[in-house]
Design a protein around this ligand. Sequence first.
Ligand code: GTP
Length: 210
Amino acid sequence: MAKQYDVLFRLLLLGDSGVGKTCMLRRFTEGEFDPSHISTIGVDFKMKTIEIDGLRVRVQIWDTAGQERYQTITKQYYRRAQGIIFVYDITDRASFQHIAKWAGDVDENAPDDVQTILVGNKADEECSRQVTKEQGQKLAETYGMEFFEASASTSSNISESFIRVTELVLQAQKRDVDNLLGSLDSYLDQVALQEEKSSQDNHTQRTCAC
Ligand SMILES: Nc1nc2c(ncn2[C@@H]2O[C@H](COP(=O)(O)OP(=O)(O)OP(=O)(O)O)[C@@H](O)[C@H]2O)c(=O)[nH]1
């Protein structure tokens, strides 16, 4: 049977318990929102295929438990992540402050070229807001990340966030392939030059009268 996609990427959702990671994932993959909070145990994942630049990209999105007690398990998933969405809750300042801790864990455990974005979820809860949009933006800039405020409840900026991190992973992969092809090209050029030089040397030897 023909493959249903062209590339497969692994993404990870990270952030404190209750910021809405599972709800964001369900909204993106199933288009649904469930207001109940059943804490994720360890890790869970969902898949979705999206199209970017004519490529069918299958994303495997790992939803991690925000609770401290699962962190030995969840950290094992960082190593294979190609893209990470850091999530905080705009109505919970502590979850915003803890992004520094999540980012530190990623620095220690994820690959150097992992692509990251920052999302402030629950943007529909304007009256309970504890973190301003400017604060979110500034933190994202500090880490060199792109930033979105989103809402799993209204669906605002949910697809945009998942698609953006996937685009960043795709761009990073293309850069790697281009670099590889670039090195291969210069290697082949060098080989061709050497062959040309040695055939010229042979020719000179053969035509030498002495
Ligand atoms: N108002 C509002 N509530 C939300 C939103 N997203 C999630 N919630 C609520 O926040 C609570 C926690 O959501 P979850 O998705 O279970 O949180 P989580 O980050 O996966 O939590 P852990 O699995 O414990 O790490 C639930 O009661 C959700 O209904 C949102 O965009 N707006």
